[in-house]
Design a binder for this molecule. Structure first.
Ligand code: SF4
Ligand code: SF4
Length: 113
């Protein structure tokens, strides 16, 4: 499957709710076996004083991600982008997405090698 190397995903994980819809959408699109995925949602737990904890989520594409080139060639959004209700994943040209990285922290830019 061909992947356009000048394209990527920008993930603004500050507002990621950890719903896993991106991971499920990817699995449904590609029929991954258990344990495989084009995107993993990592749970990060920060311990706070008084026994409290702060929970955040970091969705990060894996080497299996094809950037949904099959879909995007037809003018559709990648499955994970389409199904993210929090609208925190953007697909586009890496150069354009990279400009937005400076806007705020807690964003990651991913592109296939
Ligand atoms: S872009 Fe497509 S292949 Fe990559 S993680 Fe999203 S749904 Fe999966
Ligand atoms: S679908 Fe969106 S909000 Fe839900 S886990 Fe994935 S990136 Fe986060």
């Amino acid at each position: 499957m061909s992947v356009l190397s000048n394209q990527g995903l920008l993930i603004d994980y500050e507002y990621c709710t950890g719903c896993f819809a991106c991971q499920i959408a990817c699995a449904q699109e590609y029929g991954w076996e258990a344990g495989m995925s084009g995107i993993d949602v990592m749970e990060i737990v920060q311990d706070l004083p008084k026994g409290k904890a702060y929970l955040s989520f970091l969705p990060f594409p894996t080497e299996l991600c094809s950037l949904c080139s099959r879909r995007t060639k037809k003018g559709k959004k990648p499955a994970c982008v389409h199904h993210c209700m929090a609208n925190v994943i953007t697909h586009g040209r890496v150069e354009e997405l990279a400009h937005r990285l400076a806007d705020k922290p807690r964003m990651v830019l991913w592109s296939p090698k």
